[in-house]
Design a protein around this ligand. Structure first.
Ligand code: NI
Length: 181
């Protein structure tokens, strides 16, 4: 396993559409392991392959149990919280009409957060790193992270979705970037 370098805004790869994964091979699993290690080291909650310079439709996420009160108190608790997961070739199958604003950061845009409107609930389908189908019914913070990461695979950054420039906030140096993705 290795921590990889995170690509920052301005790098063209963040603006390109990533390619579907065709082979679920050891190289893919190494990428996933490295992405999880990189995300953890950067204290992020999600990471997309273009953010480590790899133009493939792969994302990882790890939502802390206490990150979303609504979800952690839901019964039964979401199986997608509290552990790292990979999603390969993800597609959003369904998205709620209902939207909500929330604060997002991005590991590729250090020092800033923004208030972004996202679907409250999404159903996402993809595969795990072994090629096994994976279907995630997500709401709240997890739904937000998945939308953020799938945007990365399409060359979209959260700053593109801000309703106005004054929804972007610069962090003070000592402030932590709250749960960037
Ligand atoms: Ni991001």
């Amino acid at each position: 396993m290795a921590v990889r370098e995170i690509v920052l805004i301005g790098d063209p790869i963040l603006r390109q559409k990533a390619h579907p994964v065709e082979r679920f091979d050891p190289e893919l699993r190494t990428l996933v392991r490295d992405m999880i290690e990189t995300m953890r080291q950067a204290q992020g909650v999600g990471l997309a392959a273009p953010q480590v310079g790899v133009r493939k439709r792969v994302l990882v996420f790890e939502i802390p149990v206490d990150e979303d009160d609504e979800m952690s108190s839901s019964v039964p608790p979401s199986p997608w919280i509290g552990k790292p997961f990979a999603l390969v070739n993800p597609e959003i199958l369904e998205a709620s009409q209902e939207m909500e604003e929330g604060i997002e950061g991005c590991l590729s845009i250090p020092g800033y957060v923004g208030e972004v409107r996202r679907h409250v609930r999404v159903v996402v389908q993809g595969r795990n790193e072994w090629g096994k189908p994976r279907r995630i019914e997500a709401e709240g913070f997890l739904a937000r992270v998945l939308q953020h990461e799938i945007d990365h695979l399409n060359g979209i950054l959260y700053v593109d979705r801000l309703e106005s420039r004054d929804k972007l906030y610069k962090l003070e140096e000592e402030e932590e970037t709250a749960a960037p993705a």
